[in-house]
Design a protein around this ligand. Structure first.
Ligand code: UDP
Length: 384
């Protein structure tokens, strides 16, 4: 029986590979990069020895017990709470917007119920169904906080006016009338002690899985029983129906001695500052931060993703959705390949959602292969 090929050694590919291999299948996992873990890749910075998230900060958080148990099988997960700060107009504030942010910003000393009433006077009540990012922000926090914290940052991050972006992007962020400044609301939050690359390598370390790095799918001649493709869906089809738009990130590294900013992530919300945030790697590993005399930081710049760039965030505006629909139709007519993950389905997916979907897809695939059934082009509807 021929092997199953999995294109991409990120979380989708690794979890699928392991699930299939544990069911007795032989799997070849490819990645064109020289490392596993996709955009979650971590490695030590040679001059400082500090663990760096090469493609930007990734903080693992989930409400799925199953996903939490799964990652704990392969790594020691170190408790971590993501607390983000924001610099606006030369002052530092707490994020996500919480009671502290409101009191800092308006120079007040409001208690929770008072802050609710205060903000009720600022919020737009006439927007029942926010259709855009801007409407969502105005209905949630009112114009002052929107302009200070969201408008500039979002224009830099997406290169698109918030009036034209979907409300769903802002719905990722909580808004709290307490001093809880945890960026996430999930019950589990942690970082792998030895980084994400070690975690993904451990998932891939199973009998029946062969890993080939620095190898492009297009270079292979071997026939496969089935292909799971976690790369960009448009690229699989040679972009023949047009290109799906992404944002890519550029990182500008700098090293200093000591502690540069005293925290892991500082957002810069003013539009006049060209970068969106600065992350300081050693604060993502507080259990080892004391070992390092020096520090490494990265300024993060967002821009349109060109053909040779690494895709990060799917843009997914109306035009992109139409292009995606065309690729989805084409994929459904194409036999022998299933599209999975962030790039395969062109969605803004967190790591835990990626693992959750890959576990479900892997189990469904194992069942279908046992029955001799044809595997679908998608295990999750990319348009849904
Ligand atoms: N956002 C913002 N100001 C901030 C942080 C976030 O306007 O200080 C907006 C921005 O549009 C961003 C979205 O909220 O794309 C979601 O933020 P999140 O922190 O979830 O983005 P990620 O960490 O995935 O880049």
């Amino acid at each position: 029986m021929s092997r199953i090929c999995i294109v991409g050694a990120g979380f989708s590919g690794a979890v699928l590979a392991r699930t299939l291999a544990e069911a007795g299948h032989r799997v070849l996992v490819l990645d064109e990069r020289p490392h596993v873990a996709g955009n979650c890749h971590t490695e030590r910075d040679p001059p400082t020895g500090i663990m760096v998230h090469r493609y930007g900060p990734h903080i693992f958080h989930t409400r799925h017990v199953r996903v939490w148990d799964y990652v704990n099988r392969f790594a020691t997960m170190m408790p971590y709470v993501n607390r983000v700060k924001a610099t606006v107009g030369g002052r530092v504030y707490s994020l996500p917007i919480n009671l502290h942010t409101i009191n800092q910003f308006f120079g007040t000393a409001l208690r929770p119920a008072e802050a609710r009433d205060f903000l009720a006077g600022k919020r737009r009540h006439d927007i029942a169904q926010p259709a855009s990012f801007e409407e969502q922000a105005l209905a949630m926090v009112g114009p002052e906080l929107y302009h200070a914290f969201f408008r500039g940052y979002t224009r830099k991050q997406w290169g698109i006016d918030p009036r034209d972006l979907p409300a769903s992007i802002l719905k990722r962020l909580p808004m709290r009338f307490s001093y809880d400044d945890n960026y996430f609301s999930d019950p589990f939050q942690a970082l792998p002690r030895h980084g994400y690359t070690a975690l993904v390598a451990a998932i891939l370390d199973a009998p029946g899985v062969e890993l080939r790095l620095g190898c492009r799918f297009e270079e292979l001649a071997e026939p496969f029983r089935h292909v799971f493709y976690s790369g960009p869906i448009d690229r699989y089809f040679g972009c023949r129906l047009g290109r799906l738009r992404y944002r890519t990130l550029d990182f500008e590294a700098f090293r200093t001695s000591g502690d540069y900013q005293g925290t892991a992530v500082m957002n810069y919300c003013d539009e006049a500052v060209p970068y969106t945030r600065i992350s300081e790697a050693k604060h993502f590993a507080p259990w080892e931060a004391g070992q390092f005399a020096d520090t490494i930081c990265h300024r993060e710049y967002s821009r349109e993703c060109l053909a040779a760039d690494t895709p990060y965030y799917p843009v997914r505006l109306v035009h992109d959705q139409a292009t995606l629909a065309d690729y989805v139709a084409l994929a459904r007519q194409t036999e022998g390949v299933s599209f999975v993950g962030r790039l395969g389905t062109y969605r803004y997916l967190d790591m835990d959602a990626t693992i959750h979907e890959a576990l479900a897809a892997g189990e469904a695939a194992v069942r279908m292969l046992a029955e001799g059934a044809r595997l679908p082009a998608f295990f999750v509807d990319p348009l849904g």
